[in-house]
Write a protein that binds this ligand. Structure first.
Ligand code: OAD
Length: 246
């Protein structure tokens, strides 16, 4: 099956990848769902909403500081590095991620469509302007926005919030135009991200899914690999480079 996907890759001009928390699992970043998922230990509405921040910004910052610290200590894994190789295969390559951990960038990709923001950034809770200083935040004395004096909050999308519209529009356009679309390490439950592979498939792209567990997308996928991304993706890179030489 990897050989067939490798041949499709060779024919494709536009390649799009959507990643979720599963791509970073092998780096040691907990996923959201599943048995060790973050949402099992914490109630999302207590931590990842604007209401939660307004009610107890200290608690919210303590949780985000814990996650920031964890993410700073981990490293990109072979899955992230393999996705950098993808760049040389397509005339037009787009990586869309739901992750806020910045590991794709640390692996060497720039120009990533971050649908849910980036955890290392701070934005103002009132005027939403980003604070470029990338400050560490003291939960007992939360730094304020230089423009309006509002409290700084993490630069991520919380439940009930809109995704960054320009990024989302570009992601939809790239999905529509894709010849091949990879959905990797996402439970494909959270929209609008989960609509991207469906749209790509409807518009004629071949759909490849990599996830040890089946998802709502699996039935729609042309190729489904029940595998860990950090193992499967380097194998795919190997097969594609062999095909290329042949
Ligand atoms: P989830 O935690 O919902 O799903 C992670 C997926 O990764 C699961 O389907 C796992 O089976 C799979 N997985 C685990 N280990 C893997 C591995 N080594 N290789 C490949 N796949 C693996 O994470 P997301 O789908 O990213 O949103 O969740 C989507 C959004 O829900 C997140 O961005 C977050 C959350 O609410 C916001 O914070 C806005």
């Amino acid at each position: 099956m990897l050989g067939e996907v490798a041949r499709l890759i060779q024919k494709a001009r536009r390649g799009v990848v959507l990643t979720g928390a599963g791509i970073s699992a092998e780096s040691g970043v907990p996923t959201f769902r599943g048995k060790d998922g973050l949402w099992k230990q914490y109630r999302a509405e207590e931590l990842a909403t604007l209401e939660a921040f307004r009610a107890d910004s200290k608690l919210v910052w303590e949780w985000y500081n814990w996650r920031r610290e964890l993410i700073r200590k981990v490293h990109p894994n072979p899955g992230h590095y393999a996705l950098v190789e993808f760049k040389s295969w397509f005339e037009d390559y787009t990586l869309i991620t739901q992750n806020v951990d910045g590991l794709h960038r640390r692996a060497g990709l720039d120009d990533i469509l971050e649908l849910h923001g980036n955890i290392q950034l701070n934005i103002c809770v009132e005027c939403r302007l980003p604070d470029k200083a990338e400050l560490d935040i003291d939960p007992d004395n939360i730094a304020q926005c230089k423009h309006c004096g509002g409290k700084l909050r993490p630069g991520v999308v919380w439940f009930g919030e809109m995704l960054p519209q320009a990024v989302l529009q570009k992601a939809f356009r790239k999905a529509e135009e894709a010849d091949i679309f990879f959905s990797i390490g996402t439970s494909a439950l959270v929209h609008p991200a989960a609509s991207l592979p469906v749209l790509a498939r409807q518009r004629g792209a071949k759909l490849v899914e990599i996830n040890p567990d089946e998802t709502p997308l699996t039935g729609l996928a042309d190729y489904y690999f029940a595998a860990r991304a950090g193992e499967l993706l380097p194998r795919l890179v190997e097969v594609v480079s062999k095909e290329h030489k042949a």
